[in-house]
Design a protein around this ligand. Sequence first.
Ligand code: GLA
Length: 753
Amino acid sequence: MILSENNVFLLKNDNISYMFRVTEHGNLEHLHFGLPIQLGDVDALSVKYGTGWGSNSGPEGEEFPMYYPLEWSCLGTGDYRESPTEFAGEDPAGFKFSYAKTYEAIVPIKCSLPQARGKAETLEIVLAYVGGLTLHLFYTLFDTAITRRAVLVNNTDQPVTVTKLMSYMLDIQGDYEMTTFNGSWIAEMRSYRAKVGLSGIVNESTTGFSSALHNPGFILNEPGATEECGEVLGFNLIYSGNHYARVQKTNEGLTRITQGISPVDFEWVLKPTERFETPEGVLVYSNKGFGGMSENMHRFINEHIVPVTWQGKDRPILYNDWEGCMFNFNEAKLLSLAKKAKKLGCELFVLDDGWFGERDSDKAGLGDYDVNKKKLPNGLSGLQKKLENIGLSFGLWFEPEAVNPDSKLYRAHPEWALHANSGVTVLGRNELLLDLSKAEVRDYIVDNVSKCIDEGHVSYVKWDMNRHSTALGATAHKCVMGLYDVLNRIFTDRPEVLLESCSSGGNRFDLGMLCFSPQIWSSDDTDAVERFHIQYNLSYLYPLSTMGAHVSAAPHSQTLRDTPLTTRGNISFFGLLGYEFDLDELTPVETDEIMNQIEFYKEHRHTFQFGNFRRLKATEGISMQVSDGRETIVGLFHELVYAAPGYEKIYPVGLIQDKRYNVERSKQLQNASKFGGLLKVVLPVKVHPDGLVVRTAGKRYRMQDSVQTCSASGAALMSGLSLNARFMGTGYDPQMRMQGDFISNIYLLTEES
Ligand code: GLA
């Protein structure tokens, strides 16, 4: 509900509340973002200014300078903290409260920017700026989040040049640490935590897109917060372009947070009567630690961000031909793979790059949509019909925003490509980007992609984008708006087509794309152990239902790591399971194991994809769980093994204390050759550990680990389930867990009936 009394505004539900008031001088004083409070709490919550600090300044006649918690601010008012608004050549002056309006729904953004959807209430605060500009601050209350955005309207008779306009600003009290997620191609989402100090921390992308360099989402936590306890706030932006956030503490103990479109090189001329809409910011609060914050963020994304058709809907298990074939395939090879994928239990066959134009490498063909008849003589529809007969639906890769200079499209329309302001041609993966601010470029993409989807009865699209942009400021923003327009036009009328966004992996893992594509390819780093960390860090801000995570070949092509197939599967379970390597190379024992993996995943798919997720503490390794209340699945992942390990426990959470649960640990399978010289000790016959017998046996037989089962109360399990001992080389016990590097286990806890 949205309450207001005596110029105090309170947005509140059972989970959260947000409160501010209009001061007698028309400023917005921030009072609270956190637990549900009451209108009558103003006095308890407002800062007490006293006689103030020396050398502060403020507008004439106001009883104290601008050093109190604010909802919005402006340069030149005496507030020397980060300003959310800047205009070129304007005399500085403040925004003052004009009026407020409430709505029992979302207020739609009046441009192609995506926004959160579903049941919500909105408060609009209108601020007036000297001379006739108005700033509209929208606060929308959802179950587990507040969204905020700002709209500037030019009611003057002169154009105004906006050089900076953030989506939101707020000042909260206290000490915080800030976690940001940074990286690069195949190294996405590396987390960095730092104390927010007086110099502030900036999290910004200028690559034209949200980028793997700096994900727009970030976290603030009170020092000492854990997964289960303490105040943790999550922030994100529903935007896929250049973004900016700054968090800075002041000497007075206030922390200012601003987030919005990056102001670098930004100049937007707002003509009389025009409005400028900023992307929506998302604010989440929990006093139940990082886990509580993630739970709120996950719920918000699953229920209010992803397209309605895909909310809570199980995602198919897919096979993608890219890592197995790259550009080198024909219809016969694809069908051979498809038959094997079907036998394994896959549901969707995705044809990745290389199906069109002269696309035999990444040097040519991008921008063209004519099917390569040498590879696919029966076209897309011919392939689709054959896949349908096999029992698989058909998915197709596109990279519509880019063009190779060596393509029919570029030769016909060189003026459609974006070029750097410097005049230098900047290529990325042999590509240029198309200028999506141009209507004719957008029409070309919409027409061609739609035609391919319809002709090929395509039920899944992988929408890729493989380079950074050289565009900054307004040009970059217009291209992102152009992209949203294109996505709207193609997919609004085809809601049943599952869209997976990709940008060289996770180079555009953001809430803007998630409004169109319910899932995103997490990373081109398909080494399971590396990607585990990417998925783990994504989980702070994004639900498992959004993370494309495939099992790939071992030894892995990027790291040369030989991760057991069991672990590769277990890691992909905590995401959206898929397979991506040459299935024609599978051994019989691998085929069996994958069939078992898919069977297990299908049985628990809804819990994995949409269950309540938690990162857990563990004695050793990294642990996490998903739960639908009835079944809880705990994953325990180890990296390098070490000698003489101690006793170990896992600590599931959220169980009912006096309920009883059946516990079952899945098998960890190992290739016998791992046991090296030990084979000579345990086997009755003498074998060479790397000889023909062991290698041939390895294709048909796996060493099975023990299976731990027990029955226990929720209270006992939450106190720590004691795990079977690990193999230590001191002897053999059939109950122990076989070790080795990169092993993992899945524990299934099912409520006893
Ligand atoms: C990008 C994607 C990959 C694959 C290739 C195809 O790198 O991230 O998954 O689709 O392009 O060229």
